[in-house]
Each structure stands twice: as structure tokens, then as C-alpha cells.
Design a protein around this ligand. Sequence first.
Ligand code: BES
Ligand code: MN
Ligand code: ZN
Length: 497
Amino acid sequence: MVERIKVEFKPFSAPAGGDLVIFVNDALETGARAAEILGGTVLETIARAAGAEHFKGKAKKTLILPAPQGLAADRLIIVGTGPAAEIASLDWLNLGGVVQGALKGERATVAADLPDHEFSAVQAGDLALGMQLRAYRFDRYKTKKENGEEPPKAPKITILAADPAAIKRAGKTAEALGAGIAVARDLVNEPPNVLFPEEFANRAQALEKLGVTVEVLDEKDLKKLGFRALLGVGQGSHRESRVVVMRWNGGADKEKPVAIIGKGVTFDTGGISIKPAAGMEDMKGDMAGAACVVGLMHALAARKAKVNAVGLIGLVENMPDGRAQRPGDIVTSLSGQTIELINTDAEGRLVLADMLWYAQDRFKPVFMVDLATLTGAIMVALGQEHAGLFSNDDTLAERLAQAGTTTGEKVWRMPLAPAYDKLIDSKFADMKNTGGRHGGSITAAQFLQRFVNGTPWAHLDIAGTGMNAPQSDINKSWGSGWGVRLLDRLVRDHYEA
Ligand code: BES
Ligand code: MN
Ligand code: ZN
């Protein structure tokens, strides 16, 4: 469920009810405008309460005063920012998450004010986005109230700023990103009986409302085009496979697009090489790559990004019925290269093989980035803090690494090399779909590289970050929506007019 909070920017004025949020540094000082709203008596109460609670204004620490005397607010929430000297480089996104986490009311006023500090548009936007991300909930399938309480309504947020007009655009961008990330999280969280390939394609089609051109290829189309590797994965399922092409043309007419490609296995049983029962329910998240692509296209369109972007997602369900493909089968991919199946659970690369080939062949993009919950091995290598980055292009890899540092959606570059590539040579076909026990994430990436035809390309293995991700100030959701902010940043910093 998209739990959308509404954030608006307004000039300073006294709040009327609801939660009031103020910021203080480690000297317990707030800005002059905020202080004026509070008044002398309340400021004294804050000082006393801070002493009593040992609140020192450290970054992300909060102090809450219910029913503050002399203030027209239900609760006063005091949020620490740490030392004044460090405020310029403070992580306002995560602080926004902390602020949202402290709210209770249906209405909140956030006084964006600190001594000797003008909130920049970026900081205000980050604050608003952090609040939106933290407010996300997925409770569509909860029919009972928790603790007998009504679930809290999405609050109306007003951010008071010295110059609201100056940061309004940043607010719009934050709203677009927040919405895109919520879309991605929803898709990952949905159960696999609800979200199968056809339904996923329907949800992607909703992007048309934002001006995105959406094209859905069904099995008949895919057969005709020659997507045999992708269709092979889906052939053991009663659910039909789909490919969705989404185009946002915000750039110049003849400008080559950027291409973002997502693995969309709506459920991965492993197929005939079936997975163990424990934890298999998590494999509903094996479409987190595709979810990110839809979320990103949503964000780009909603903020009217000045870029030509094409998003492509390969949607299949990997099931083990009587028509399922077998280990030993040889399939001919869209590229013409043949693949011997060793393990039907290495299905994501089969889907992506056809998607990558199709993307470069049809769109001649400036670059391709694919996102895929591709290997368990990437979690062995990197845990859940970094996504694995593989690339044939140092500039693209460097830009992604930089965007990762800026957004906190971190990537770590892994090697590609001929010595790894030869591990997937096959006795019977051009290649096989697994490379043995060692370097599992690398051999998977080598496999993908055989289908990029020299196009600048990066592969992000998001098995550890896209689903079942660590909780943070800005994410309490199982499906994290990882990658939307990263790729939006990449586009914004390097590919927008
Ligand atoms: N979807 C899985 C990878 C995965 C595992 C994602 C755990 C998220 C959490 C992928 O299709 C898969 O099964 N990969 C195999 C590859 C192996 C058969 C070479 C794996 O990682 O075990
Ligand atoms: Mn698998
Ligand atoms: Zn999979």
C-alpha cells in the first residue's frame, strides 16, 4: 500500500495543533525563527527537560515534550543535529527518517531552522524525501488492527522554511522520487499469487498516466522475436511470460537513450533444480530488479527528467511442472548463441541474456545498466551493505560508484576477466548457465557480458540489497526499492540536459 504523506513548504508561522518539530545543535540552540514560534517560556522548558533527560542534541537523537505549556502544539519534538560546524554535511535524508519516526499526529509542522544556517534546496528536499520513505507501510493484507488500534493515517506535513519558493522544486523532485520508490517497494512486497508476470505488466502500464510509452510483449510476440532463453524459464509455469518496454522521452529528439533493464522473476522455485523449502517464500522478491526499473521510470517521468530513458523488464515465473525445462537442455538465445542448462535455478541470467541483447539491438543506448537479484553468492561476498557492480566500462562504473556514495545506495566493483569467462564454456553448446562453485556472482556476470555486444554496460547484483534488506531510518520495508535513488542520481548528474 502506498502510504503517501503530503509534504508542503510554507513560510514561518505559528503551528495550530499536531506535532511540532524543531532542530537543535549540540549547544541546544535552535534558529531565531523557530525560537520566535516557541517563545521564552517554552525555550526554558526545553532547557530543563533536556537536562532532566540527558539530551545533548546529538545527531538523530530526539526529545519529546507532550502537551507543552504555552504552545499550540500537541507534542513538541526536538531533534538533535550534532555540532553546528557539521550541519552543512549532515545527512538530512536519514534525519528526515528520524523525524517521521517520531511523529504521532495526523498533522505535523517541521521548523527547518538552525542558527547560522540556511537550508539549501537539496537539504530541504532530502528532509522531505526521508520523511516520505520512512512513512511507507505495506499493510494491504492486514485485516486486523494491531493492538486494537486504528493504523495511523498518513500525516499532513508542513515544512516551514525561510524561503519556501526557493526549495519548492526540490520538494517536487522529492515527491517524484518518493512515489517511485513506493511503487518499487509495493511491487517487491506483493505476494506471488497476486503479482505474476501479466499482473506486473499491468502495473507497469499505469506509467502511461505519467506520459511514459508502455509496450507489453506477450508470449506470441516473444516467440516470433526469438526470446527462447527467456521463454524457456517461463515454460514450466501456467502463468504466461511478458516483456515490458517503457519509454520516457524527456530529452532531445535524436538523443540516444539510456537503458535500464530489470530481472523480473515473479517467483523463483528454482524450477526442476528446485530450491529447499526453508526461506523459499522470499523468492517472491526475485523481481526486485524489475521493480526498481518501474520505480525509476515513475520517478523520471514524475519529475519530468530531461533525458531519454528506456526501461525494459523480463517477467517470468520459474516453476517445475511437466513442461518445465531440464538440466541438459540446450536453448538458442535471441542473440543466436546457444546455452546448455546445467541448473534451472540459474534462470535470471537466461532472462537477462535475451533482454540485454534486445535492448542494445533495438535501442542502441548510450549505456545499459541491469539490476538483478541474481546470485546468493553476492551476499557471501558483500553482505547486504553493497550491491555488486560489474562493468565493461570504467567511466560508467566510476559514475555509479560516485552516485552510490552520494545516495548511500552503495555499490562495490567486482572483477570481470577472461579467466572467469572460460569457466562458463560448455562441452555441447556455446556456453553453460553456471560456472561451478567458485566466484558464482562473477561467472553470472561473465555470462551476461556475452550478450551486451560491446555496449557500455553495468550489472548490479542486488540479491542482498533489493529485498529482505537491513532496516534503516528511511526503510522499514522488506522490499527496499533499492536502486531508484542510485540511478536517478546517475541520470541527473551525467545524462540530463
Ligand atoms: N534468485 C536467485 C538468487 C537469490 C538468492 C536472490 C537469494 C536473492 C536471495 C537466483 O535465481 C539463483 O537461484 N541463483 C543461484 C545460482 C546457482 C544455481 C548457480 C544461487 O545463487 O544459488
Ligand atoms: Mn534461481
Ligand atoms: Zn532467481
